[in-house]
Design a protein around this ligand. Structure first.
Ligand SMILES: [Zn+2]
Length: 163
């Protein structure tokens, strides 16, 4: 290596870490140099490896960040649907329990109490849950919920006819 090559080598060592930001002409000079300089060739290889590793790590992290909230959202979504379903069941159960506390099953008074309870407690709960569904879940679920609520309320409305 002559004096001139040593100077080039020195410059290359300085420039290889920022190789990607260099002008094409400068990159060509470095590429020419690494053909006869294993040290700089090695440095350029390592820089490539280092950059790829960083990019991969960044990609993995961003994927994790993207996926984790999505998984959480799906879990929360399922949880909310289950909760909405359980709240309806709970209200119906409490109304039934309250109706049967003082009256026998099939008793006209028990049915009246049940109907009264349904329209006093189930209807407001259903409306609240429908508004909640409308706000937080997709429109498919508002239709399902509406059908379920209408069927339940109609069934309760028709109870005296069964008696
Ligand atoms: Zn060199």
């Amino acid at each position: 290596m002559n004096e001139y090559e040593k100077k080039i080598h020195k410059l290359c060592k300085e420039l290889i870490p920022v190789f990607d930001d260099l002008d094409t002409e400068t990159q060509e000079i470095i590429n020419e140099h690494i053909h006869c300089c294993p040290e700089c060739d090695n440095m350029l290889d390592k820089r490539d490896f280092f950059n790829t590793t960083i990019e991969n790590t960044e990609n993995n992290e961003s994927e994790d960040i993207d996926i984790k909230p999505l998984k959480k959202l799906v879990h929360i979504n399922i949880g909310i649907r289950l909760l909405l379903f359980l709240m309806r069941i709970l209200v119906l159960f409490v109304i039934s329990f309250d109706s049967l506390r003082f009256h026998d099953f099939g008793d006209a008074l028990a049915i009246q109490t049940f109907q009264f309870g349904a329209f006093l407690f189930y209807l407001p709960t259903a409306i609240f849950l429908l508004v909640f569904t409308w706000t937080f879940l997709n429109k498919k679920w508002i239709i399902y919920s509406l059908i379920v609520d209408l069927v339940i309320l109609l069934a309760i409305w028709q109870l005296p006819l069964l008696h």
